[in-house]
Design a protein around this ligand. Sequence first.
Ligand code: HSE
Length: 434
Amino acid sequence: MTQPLKLGIAGLGTVGTGLLKLLSDNRDHLAGMTGRTITVSAVSARTQGRDRGVSLDDVRWVDNAVALAKDSEIDVFVELIGGEDGVAKEAVEAALEAGKHVVTANKALLAKHGIALAKCAEEKGVALNYEAAVAGAIPIIKTLRESVAANKIHRVYGILNGTCNYILSQMQDKHLAFSDVLKDAQEKGYAEADPTFDIGGFDAAHKLAIITTLAFGSAVKFDEVHVEGIEAITSADIEAAKDLGYRIKLLGVALETDSGIEARVHPAMVPKHRAVAEVSGVTNCVAVDAEEAGNLLLVGPGAGGAPTASAVAGDIVDIARGIVLAPFVRPAEALTPFKRANLDAHHGAYYIRLAVYDRPGAMAAIAKCMGDQGVSLESIVQRQATMGAESGAAATVIMITHETTEEKIRSALAAIEQDGKVAEKPQMIRIEAL
Ligand code: HSE
């Protein structure tokens, strides 16, 4: 048996302690498989004394994560601290500079500094593995980096945030309002006290930036992704979607168009008979439409201690086996600059919900605004009379358009608002052709 593979682990939260447990429980299995013992040489975390339910008796404690990253005893630095800058970045850079392999679960770090870190890893000939950074246990990084590496990728999309999927699923199944489900999710610990990162779509956008870079060979950063969250989704939208044969999901979608790459996170109407529509609760999924491989769908836990630790451990196993790949499939120097597609040119069908003043001629005026922009309606339903907040009697009108462009839809909705026939800002949800 060759030399043991020695790890330094920084960050002992749910994932870190899950990893310690997995490495201890599966020690013989891992050694048998890789031909090497995988040992934890040292750890680092904010507080040393806390009971984490795992023994740290035989493990050296290092106060400073950056010092641990450069520690002469370790072969692999495992970064589970989190955060796009600060200690996590400093420690990962230090580890790579010192010629250590790095395994990280840090999506924010990768989505902001991934290319620079990849260049450093390549120069040093070490691994930078990050399966756990995107969708927990779902092996989407391996899929894009290895399994379909020979394919032209047409599109990647998925449900990349469990909190949003839980909220939308509960709204649908229990007929609850967004704010009530969010409160419940916070009480149960599914959603953070400040849920903005999840419900605003930012968490999913970090993940999408990483998989877009892998899929299309284009260096995409988090702030180049178009992001819309789920805050504006109402029970009326959820119920209308159900009646029309759709489910509303927060999707991350990336595809190549004539004008560049569309990388977008937003609520979308998904036909209910599609497998993605069936992915509910905190579960995540990622689909890859590839030229030769066809359409793949990976479904599973996108978060949690054990599933995320499983992805981290898989990356460690690769290193134990001597596998070192370019972090973003091709050499970092070969990645092309990101050319963002013009979303105005996005072609698709749209769901529109309007609170229309219940007055003669209002519908005709709305239909004219649509017609003037060349937007053709597939269906139009007046659902029920409601009261607009400050505006007197209004009726809910749901429209589904035929395929058109986003520019035309936005112009038509702006004209409708300007015309004064609606009591609220129109709701617009893209219908994703899957
Ligand atoms: N907060 C994320 C989610 C998990 O709700 O899916 C970590 O990325």
